[in-house]
Design a binder for this molecule. Structure first.
Ligand SMILES: Cc1cc2nc3c(=O)[nH]c(=O)nc-3n(C[C@H](O)[C@H](O)[C@H](O)COP(=O)(O)OP(=O)(O)OC[C@H]3O[C@@H](n4cnc5c(N)ncnc54)[C@H](O)[C@@H]3O)c2cc1C
Length: 292
């Protein structure tokens, strides 16, 4: 338990299980995926405007048809909105998030610290840099820069103030946090959606992109084995229960970090250290371990 003000507590995040993977910069992953594709497969700068269940895609370069259309177009997916126009849109969960990579410095493992309606986490990267995430309750659209973040977290424990002092303003990303209501299906006709388009979630378990990758591997294998209609049905059956469970778990794990009530946060801070780490680890094992 930390003793500085505001009352703060290490989160119940279990020690990282390296068998479940190691953290790495998103840009490296994007480079890896891009490098695996033939150059002609990518058409940058073409915006998709409408997708129809029969495989028709209307885009900035004209109209195309395909046996299979995969909508991996993020939380505000045009694919989802075209194919399922009546579905409710993403819901703002009440907190905004900043991310940054601080210059290399030794830090004590992966730690997340909770305050009242705000939190700070840091994760050492393999190259020595330190990935930091900050979250705070705020109305959607609130914009706060690095100078204000330094001020806001100035009295938190080490190395938080130093990490923020070493960061560069142009490297700070801020995103409001959205979650998608549970969908009844991820497929329709010749169209499948995956990743945030299908199940945008809070970042509390660091699982959004991981689940998108699992979706992609499962979808490719299912279509390869069974063809389009049966493969899409198999993909939907396999992925919806798991991804929707992760969305719920992620929401629940993060909720106490955003409590603002003093009595509740005092209780939380007293109770959390009493929970056995093994119990916390076990409850998340199924999320962090997956085999195709
Ligand atoms: C603060 C924060 C921290 C996170 N931390 C983690 C983490 O630690 N680990 C993790 O696994 N996940 C994390 N996530 C979640 C992760 O970022 C997302 O789940 C992941 O990026 C989803 O991938 P995606 O491909 O489905 O969507 P996106 O990454 O949103 O990609 C969608 C792509 O589609 C393109 N696109 C959109 N609309 C169109 C259109 N009309 N025409 C053409 N192209 C279009 C976009 O330009 C974009 O390239 C975090 C998210 C946030 C907000």
């Amino acid at each position: 338990m930390r003793t500085s003000w505001p009352p703060i507590t290490p989160s119940p995040t279990p020690p990282p299980d390296r068998s479940a993977g190691a953290p790495g910069p998103r840009a490296d992953l994007v480079d890896l995926l891009r490098g695996a594709l033939p150059a002609e497969a990518l058409r940058p700068g073409v915006d998709v405007r409408q997708v129809r269940p029969d495989g028709t895609v209307v885009h900035g370069g004209g109209t195309s048809t395909a046996d299979l259309v995969v909508g991996a177009d993020g939380v505000h997916s045009v694919t989802r909105r075209s194919v399922w126009p009546r579905l409710p849109g993403p819901r703002y969960v009440g907190y905004t998030t900043w991310r940054l990579l601080a210059p290399p410095r030794p830090v004590e493992g992966s730690v997340e610290t909770w305050g009242r309606g705000e939190r700070f986490g840091h994760v050492p990267m393999p190259d020595g840099r330190v990935y930091c995430h900050l979250m705070a309750n705020a109305p959607a659209g609130t914009r706060v820069g690095l100078a204000e973040l330094r001020e806001r977290f100035a009295r938190w424990h080490d190395p938080i103030p130093a990490l923020l002092r070493s960061a560069r303003p142009e490297e700070v990303l801020q995103h409001d946090t959205y979650e998608l209501p549970e969908l009844d299906t991820y497929v329709c006709g010749r169209v499948a959606i995956l990743g945030d388009a299908a199940h945008a979630m809070t970042p509390n378990l660091g699982q959004g992109a991981c689940q998108a990758l699992e979706d992609a591997v499962t979808l490719a294998a299912a279509v390869d084995s069974h063809g389009v209609p049966a493969g899409l049905a198999a993909y939907d059956r396999a992925r919806r229960p798991r991804t929707q469970l992760v969305v719920r778990l992620s929401r629940q794990v993060g909720a106490p970090a955003h409590w603002r009530s003093a009595p509740l946060t005092v209780l939380r801070d007293a109770a959390l250290p009493l929970l056995p780490a093994a119990l916390l680890g076990r409850s998340l094992t199924a999320t962090y371990t997956w085999a195709p």
